[in-house]
Design a binder for this molecule. Structure first.
Ligand code: HXC
Ligand code: NAP
Length: 300
């Protein structure tokens, strides 16, 4: 594993970046790296106390400037107020990281329609509301900008047991690819990142709560069991990619979704990938049997 910071010092100097869900987990880790690279960062989510603690911690560790603003991404008025406060404090805004999300694991037939609304509203509506509010501002101001959205690999594969999240993330990916074309004329780039498993309290409490399970169920909820590299991701690995896609180094990358999952999703897709469990000695036997079989068929 190699998880050193990637970009040169000052790579995000002069940029103001808004990170939704920036108070915790991956949003916090990406915000930290943006600050280390010289950006000013606005972190937003519902819980002001969490945001204030994170802002204090990040300012202390990086020496950068962080503005915490409470904002529920399901509330368009609150997003407009957050945007206005950002501009009043920092004079402008150049990047938006759509990272806020809600999720839980459940058989779909056990969900109420309100439970589905809750996840879809945070992930899909929250993302298009925030993108629309900032997009209108950038277009009016003739200001170039970058929008990066965190999706998942099941945005295109779909996934059982997280259906509201899968529906919403695939909508976010469709938005990314659509606006990458439509708003390119305004100088606004759109990209997405699809992470595999990166341990965070938010995701693990809701998706892999193995501590609450009996021993025999724990393996079934293993976060990295399907990852060919046999490990979870490091936050710095994701932060490196996010910083690159936010920076001007990626100026010609537009409409892309970059997967960072150790090969997890493709492992589930390949017809014969499950044969990975067959040991080498057994391949000797299998190949000899196949050769014998085809030889016999030729002779008949
Ligand atoms: C079934 C549930 C549920 C659960 C809540 N509900 N949790 N149903 N299983 N585990 C139902 C409730 O009963 C209610 O429906 C409705 O959902 C709304 O619940 P509230 O608790 O009122 O919602 P709210 O307070 O807005 O909380 C939102 C939340 C919560 C999504 C439920 O978990 C949250 O705040 N999450 C934010 C952080 C998060 O989820 N992070 C993980 C992202 S990880 P009724 O019918 O009773 O009214 C991720 C990674 C994916 O996306 C990829 C990993 C590899
Ligand atoms: P997390 O720490 O739970 O992050 C989710 C954030 O969203 C929280 O800060 C939460 O803060 C915020 N949020 C939730 N509802 C909100 C709302 N209505 N308005 C504003 N903010 C809201 O989980 P994470 O693992 O870091 O996830 C970050 C992103 O990565 C998500 O998009 C997730 O889908 C994606 N992802 C994660 C993984 C993984 O393995 N961790 C894998 C694939 C994709 P509040 O509760 O304070 O609002």
């Amino acid at each position: 594993m190699y998880n050193q910071p990637m970009l040169r010092d000052g790579a995000l100097e002069g940029k103001v970046i808004v990170v939704t869900g920036g108070g915790t987990g991956l949003g916090k880790s990406m915000s930290k790296y943006f600050l280390e690279l010289g950006a000013k960062v606005v972190i937003t989510s519902r819980k002001m106390q969490v945001l204030e603690e994170t802002a204090h911690e990040l300012e202390t560790t990086t020496g950068g400037k962080v503005l915490p603003i409470a904002c529920d991404v399901r509330d368009y008025g609150a997003i407009e107020a957050m945007k206005d406060k950002t501009i009043a404090e920092f004079g402008g805004v150049h990047g938006l990281l759509n990272n806020a999300a809600g999720n839980f694991i459940s058989p779909t037939e056990r969900l109420s329609h309100r439970a589905i609304d809750t996840v879809v509203d945070i992930v899909l509506k929250g993302t298009y509301y925030t993108t629309l509010a900032f997009g209108k501002h950038w277009i009016e101001q003739q200001q170039k900008a970058t929008v990066l959205s965190i999706v998942t690999t099941y945005a295109w594969t779909g996934s059982a047991f997280v259906v509201p999240s899968a529906m919403a993330k695939s909508g976010v990916l469709a938005m990314t690819r659509s606006l990458a074309v439509e708003w390119a004329k305004y100088g606004i780039r759109f990209n997405a990142i699809a992470p595999g498993p990166f341990p965070t309290k938010g995701a693990w409490d809701r998706l892999f709560p193995i501590d609450a399970f009996p021993e025999h169920l724990r393996d079934r909820f293993s976060a990295h069991g399907n990852v060919p590299l046999k490990r979870v991701g490091e936050h710095q690995e994701l932060a490196n990619l996010a910083a690159y896609l936010m920076s001007d180094f990626s100026s010609y990358v537009n409409g892309e979704v970059v997967t960072i999952d150790g090969g997890e999703w493709i492992n589930g897709a390949g017809e014969f990938n499950h044969l990975n469990i067959i040991p080498n000695e057994m391949w000797d036997f299998i190949q000899a049997a196949i050769k014998q079989n085809t030889k016999t068929k030729k002779e008949e």
